[in-house]
Design a protein around this ligand. Structure first.
Ligand code: 6GU
Length: 275
């Protein structure tokens, strides 16, 4: 995969040289380029922002530096594709914004399949909207949000998204099995984990985990996922496919106040407030 990030604070992306993602870059599994938007300005002061039409607080990012930056990146991609004799597929242009669609694990998996991702980090009140419209000529444009809160710019969001996507690329995570049993991989939160010592400050590791009974352990872990998800993220249970549940699984959900109706979990009306 190739990733290009455009920002007025390229130093903000330095952590992408560390740890798993840094190693993936060294190993050639991921090509990542960070571009300084100001190098695409033409005035003496390297201006990237101006006051908003219609008035109001803050500044808006000027369109032309963005067009220059994105054209140079799209041009490189098209030339690269042509040199390999393949038809150029439009790279995905991700615009981090609290006004975008929500980022989640399913979207991370989807984006991990792409050949090239370009991230356009806005600052101030955002980028002139005409850039977003114009960019559709060269890119598949996706405004994406991490969640319902406001960051000062897209850079921190890019760190999060590149890490979430990058770790799904083949070979980046050493043991691919660790991608299977983690939160959100099956639409549920992860079960709690424990390590030695088995007794620590008068707290015991759940006995089932020391039993050696792998069937019992798997079932306990599954039921802990149900309990945690019901307590912390009941919204996820509305999306959960309950069609394949065993009798014991249904009973576990029953104790949490959920019945299975048409493959769906339904919160029982008399089961009180959700935790
Ligand atoms: Cl992706 N960008 C910005 N600037 N703020 C955000 C966000 C993204 N997600 C949540 N808040």
């Amino acid at each position: 995969m190739r990733i290009d990030v455009v920002s007025i604070f390229p130093e903000y992306l330095a952590p992408l040289e560390l740890s798993l993602i840094g190693k993936a870059r060294q190993d050639g599994l991921l090509e990542l380029n960070v571009h300084d938007l100001r190098t695409f300005t033409t005035d003496k002061h390297r201006t990237v922002d101006d006051t908003p039409y219609g008035g109001g607080a803050g500044m808006v990012m000027k369109p032309e530096p963005w067009a220059q930056a994105l054209e140079s990146i799209a041009g490189n991609a098209a030339v690269g594709a042509a040199s390999q004799g393949v038809p150029a597929k439009k790279p995905v242009l991700i615009v981090p914004s609290p006004a975008g669609e929500r980022f989640n694990q399913a979207l991370a998996y989807e984006l991990a399949e792409e050949e090239q991702l370009v991230f356009a980090c806005g600052r101030y009140e955002g980028i002139d909207e005409r850039v977003i419209e114009w960019a559709a000529e060269h890119f598949a444009v996706r405004p994406i949000s991490l969640g319902d809160y406001v960051l000062n710019g897209g850079e921190v969001a890019v760190l999060a998204m590149v890490e979430a996507i990058g770790r799904l690329l083949p070979g980046v995570v050493g043991n691919p099995e660790s991608l299977v049993e983690e939160s959100h991989s099956d639409g549920l939160l992860e079960y709690p984990v424990y390590t030695k010592p088995s007794s620590w400050r008068d707290r015991e590791v759940p006995a089932v985990l020391l039993s050696g009974n792998h069937g019992k352990i798997a079932q306990w872990r599954r039921h802990e996922q149900y309990r945690r998800t019901a307590e912390r993220r009941p919204d996820l249970l509305a999306e959960f496919d309950a069609g394949g549940l065993t009798r014991a699984d249904r009973a576990a959900f029953g104790e949490l106040g959920y019945d299975v109706v048409d493959r769906q979990l339904r919160r029982r009306p008399d089961s009180g407030d959700p935790a």
